[in-house]
Design a protein around this ligand. Structure first.
Ligand SMILES: [Zn+2]
Ligand SMILES: [Zn+2]
Length: 300
């Protein structure tokens, strides 16, 4: 009898998510060893790394990741270039004045420019999973500096889900890494054991095309209706904090918030690492040195 070959299904399962996760962890581990044996350069600025560098990023680049502390829209957190808008009692950006964004509030750690933008691109396209958890510590800073977030009792933390096909392609969901890093940091610092991350209750119903390359209007329309809540009992009557890496028009966050509210969430707050806005363009956006996954697309 000739030996039997495994069914085709088995072959596919070898290429599923745990496999690419393992490959990625192994790669990071080997990178770590290489960095000790052969000193290497900072992934962001190219300077040779000293021994106190973490995750192939130099001290100066880590230090350059700064929170936005200027004036902002009280609703969606859009940073304002001038303090003029603060004259009114509740400063809102033009967009929030015109339309209800669906979520109750959104905040970001910093601007999607310079080092912060480049480090996020490294995270997503360079398959740097440990970097994601480390960047989650920046979200913990934003959490701690916001009175409402700090005071939330039993909030439900929901990472923005990727469509399964995109998650398979990337091997991980960056929002999940960020929220894990943030919760670790908050628990360590303040002993907050009641922070619960709920994965899988919010689902992407369809794969939306990458936001890059779409007009602003198309970007706003693109994620509409793309999300559904599959376990409403986990969010009903609760304040939900939705976590993602980058917020641009806020359309993804709005779509998530609407689905969560339909499922009974009482308040939805968005929390992202970076806020992209044409008011603060990234003047030094030379992308050629950023390792992308062959697709080069700056999507979330
Ligand atoms: Zn550097
Ligand atoms: Zn706004």
């Amino acid at each position: 009898m000739p030996p039997e070959f495994p069914p085709a299904r088995f072959v596919f399962s070898l290429d599923s998510e745990p496999h690419s996760r393992r490959t990625s962890l192994l790669r990071e581990f080997l990178d770590g060893i290489l960095a000790v044996v052969f000193p290497t350069n900072c992934s962001l600025c190219g300077q040779e790394l000293s021994s106190d560098a973490t995750l192939r990023i130099c001290r100066a680049c880590w230090a350059s990741l700064e929170p936005w502390t200027g004036p902002l829209c009280t609703r969606c957190g859009l940073p304002f270039a001038s303090a003029q808008a603060l004259d009114s009692a509740t400063p809102l950006c033009g967009q929030c004045r015109k339309n209800d964004p669906g979520f109750d509030k959104a905040r970001s750690f910093g601007l999607y420019t310079g080092s912060l933008r480049r480090i996020i691109l490294h995270l997503k396209f360079g398959r740097r999973e440990r970097l994601g958890k480390r960047l989650g510590e920046l979200l913990a800073i934003t959490w701690d500096s916001d009175e409402e977030l700090r005071g939330l009792a039993l909030p439900v933390l929901v990472p923005v889900p990727l469509h399964p096909s995109r998650q398979r392609e990337r091997g991980f969901n960056q929002a999940e890494l960020l929220v894990a890093g943030m919760v670790n940091a908050l628990r360590k610092g303040k002993g907050r054991s009641e922070l619960r991350v709920v994965k899988g209750c919010l689902r992407r119903r369809r794969a939306t095309p990458p936001q890059t390359g779409l007009s602003l209007a198309a970007r706003r329309e693109n994620p509409r209706g793309a999300f559904e809540v599959v376990e409403p009992e986990r969010v009903r009557g609760r304040t939900v904090v939705v976590i993602d890496d980058v917020m641009t028009t806020g359309a993804t966050l709005s779509a998530c918030a609407r689905a969560l509210k339909r499922a009974g969430a009482v308040r939805v707050i968005g929390l992202t690492l970076a806020r992209a806005t044409p008011q603060f363009p990234d003047l030094a956006s030379a992308e050629s040195d950023i390792p992308v996954d062959g697709l080069g697309r700056d999507w979330t």
